[in-house]
Design a protein around this ligand. Structure first.
Ligand SMILES: Cc1ncc(C[n+]2csc(CCOP(=O)(O)OP(=O)(O)O)c2C)c(N)n1
Ligand SMILES: [Mg+2]
Length: 278
């Protein structure tokens, strides 16, 4: 059995939208996060997902700590965390993987090597021929997989989860893929990306690949795709509607949910703010 959302934890970076939904985080909560809402963006109790992390690699030490803690408590849960190729150059990457090896923590580091860190090519990110090889230096297994092959990715993740659950330690998975789109809406890959490389990657589109495979088994066709698209559009629209309708944060919300016992300075600032509002 693979990752079990009822007991296992997921520690995302920022590209794992569908994985977090799969792990139980409702779409309206994710939408509320993106809209800057506070209360409605709270991760519901029982959903074992940590917040999206935009500070590159900062999620990794938390993932290792969480996994180590679960093991110390005697739970048989595992932690699945994510990182990019660029994130492997951060100190947090080294610290988290080293500690995971030393503590034999039940954590899986899933690296999506999409060949780019914004405009920095994989070629200048590291002199290593394979990021997966680095795991050896931390004393655990590294696996390289075709990240455009859904079945292969599923297979290596399930094996790594089983291994971690059995107490046999962490795994670094390097899923080799290609970032087809721009990094974000301010990016323009035409300024730095070789069009030939892009065209070549288009021929390996993982979505088309799985569609063709399912069609060959008689499990997919245009009607099913059209129906699913309508159904999912409806789900996304209603999640967005709920998130837009949720109340906007007020300045006093800034003081909540930060400290369990706020220091006097923070309490004074809160009181000043509330005074000024009267
Ligand atoms: C600590 C830190 N430094 C820089 C940035 C700016 N930044 C955002 S995404 C990114 C590139 C990340 O590339 P990669 O790790 O390959 O992940 P990808 O976005 O390609 O999945 C950078 C440098 C950041 N968010 N955090
Ligand atoms: Mg990348």
């Amino acid at each position: 059995m693979g990752v079990d959302p009822a007991r296992d934890w997921m520690v995302p970076q920022y590209r794992e939208l569908m994985a977090t939904v799969h792990h139980g985080l409702p779409l309206e909560v994710i939408s509320a996060q993106y809209l800057g809402k506070i209360g409605p963006a709270r991760i519901p109790d029982g959903v074992k997902v940590l917040p999206t992390q935009v500070s590159i690699a900062a999620q990794l030490p938390h993932a290792t700590g969480l996994a180590w803690g679960l093991r110390l408590r005697g739970e048989d849960a595992v932690v699945l965390t994510y990182i990019g190729d660029g994130g492997s150059s951060e100190g947090d990457f080294h610290e988290a993987l080293n500690l995971a090896g030393v503590t034999n923590a039940p954590v899986i580091f899933f690296m999506s090597n999409n060949q780019w860190a914004i405009s920095t090519s994989r070629r200048v990110q590291s002199a290593t021929t394979s990021f997966a090889l680095r795991a050896a230096g931390y004393g655990f297994e590294g696996v390289e997989v075709d990240g455009n092959d859904v079945m292969a990715v599923y297979d290596v993740v399930v094996s790594a989860v089983e291994k971690a659950r059995a107490g046999d330690g962490p795994t670094l998975i390097e899923a080799v893929t290609y970032r087809m789109s721009f990094h974000n809406t301010t990016d323009n890959p035409a300024r730095y990306r070789d069009p030939v490389e892009y065209e070549e990657a288009r021929g390996r589109d993982p979505i088309e690949r799985v569609q063709k495979y399912l069609a060959s088994l008689g499990l997919w066709d245009q009607d099913r795709e059209a129906n699913l698209t309508v159904e999912l559009r409806g789900e996304i629209d209603s999640a967005l509607e709920a998130a837009f309708a949720a109340p906007l944060p007020t300045p006093r919300d800034l003081f909540d949910n930060i400290y369990e016992d706020p220091p006097d300075r923070v309490l004074r600032q809160r009181a000043q703010l509330l005074d000024g509002q009267q």
